[in-house]
Design a protein around this ligand. Structure first.
Ligand SMILES: Nc1ncnc2c1ncn2[C@@H]1O[C@H](COP(=O)(O)OP(=O)(O)O)[C@@H](O)[C@H]1O
Ligand SMILES: [Mg+2]
Length: 287
């Protein structure tokens, strides 16, 4: 079943088409990766889905309903949660408190319930704590629950952002470069976490530059270039797509990682041959 559909989706900033004419169908429970060089429109596309930006053209349908231009506080209630490219955490707060913030979306208590500490409020607080702790366990970071978010390792912060998104009880999560800035070793663990999210029946869309991760994780890949759809298909189709190879992946499969890192930094002109080799430093953490 299709859970999310975009039709001719576009966003113009002044004279620039950040996203143009993107039509995509996302299957429920699947993992869809959106790839493309820096500035290709990946984050803008997510912002259009979650309602942070209003499209200048086209439509977004979620679970059969038109949500085009619907504000973020409403899309999250409907079940779309996103994480941001640069992790947005409340730094002074603990890891647990950050994840609890995701529960606000599902809260039925009123201000009066909170002030008067009514039974409903107490029940909800207990439930919120249980859900938040369960998501921390799921994300493998329960041991950090009471640490200030600013003081835990980068990977734990990234996992906290995912736990926060999951605490909103989403049907679809949009993960914008969830593994950026973490080590290769940690990336494998992160891929397992993303697989586990999909195994819960939660649909995953992710933007990522780490090609080995994408190719092993994704059921479906959308390639964006200058806001437009360059290609779409299974990892095998994308890997053998001439246009993608030319513009993005490079010819040598072993050099994929390097070519992508290069493309991410320098735009599509940088791809093609492997001059840097697979040991070139990744640029994910450079932002
Ligand atoms: N709020 C904005 N105002 C103006 N231009 C923007 C805005 N957001 C993104 N852009 C531009 O849209 C293009 C796509 O950006 P973005 O979606 O962030 O790309 P990506 O996530 O693929 O790196 C870039 O040229 C960027 O400068
Ligand atoms: Mg981006």
């Amino acid at each position: 079943m299709t859970i999310l559909r975009t039709e001719g989706l576009g966003k113009r900033f002044g004279g620039l088409d950040a996203v143009k004419d993107v039509s995509l169908a996302v299957e429920e429970g699947s993992i869809t990766a959106i790839i493309g060089p820096n500035g290709a429109g990946k984050s803008t596309f997510f912002n259009l889905l979650a309602g942070y930006y209003t499209p200048t053209s086209g439509r977004v349908t979620f679970e059969g309903e038109d949500i085009t231009g619907m504000a973020p506080h409403r899309t999250v209630k409907r079940g779309i949660a996103r994480t941001f490219q640069t992790t947005h955490l409340f730094e002074e707060a603990t890891v647990l408190e950050n994840v609890l913030a995701g529960r606000v979306v599902r809260s039925r208590s009123t201000v009066f319930d909170a002030v008067l500490h009514t039974p409903r409020n107490r029940r909800e607080e207990k439930e919120n704590l249980a859900v938040a702790m369960a998501e921390l366990e799921f994300a493998g970071i329960a041991g950090f629950a009471h640490e200030p978010a600013a003081e835990v390792p980068q990977e734990v912060q990234k996992r906290t952002a995912v736990a926060l998104a999951l605490a909103t009880e989403p049907r679809l999560v949009l993960l914008d470069e969830p593994a950026a800035g973490i080590t290769e070793e940690e990336t494998a663990g992160f891929a397992d976490l993303i697989r586990a999210i999909a195994a819960r029946g939660i649909t995953v869309c992710l933007v990522e530059h780490k090609m080995s991760m994408i190719m092993s994780l994704a059921d479906h890949i959308l390639v964006l270039e200058r806001g437009r759809m360059l290609a779409e298909g299974t990892p095998a189709q994308i890997r053998s797509d001439e246009r993608v190879i030319e513009a993005y992946l490079g010819r040598d499969e072993d050099a994929e990682e390097a070519a992508v890192a290069e493309a991410a930094g320098a735009g599509p002109t940088g791809a093609g041959s492997s001059t840097t080799g697979p040991t070139a430093p990744a640029q994910e953490g450079a932002r």
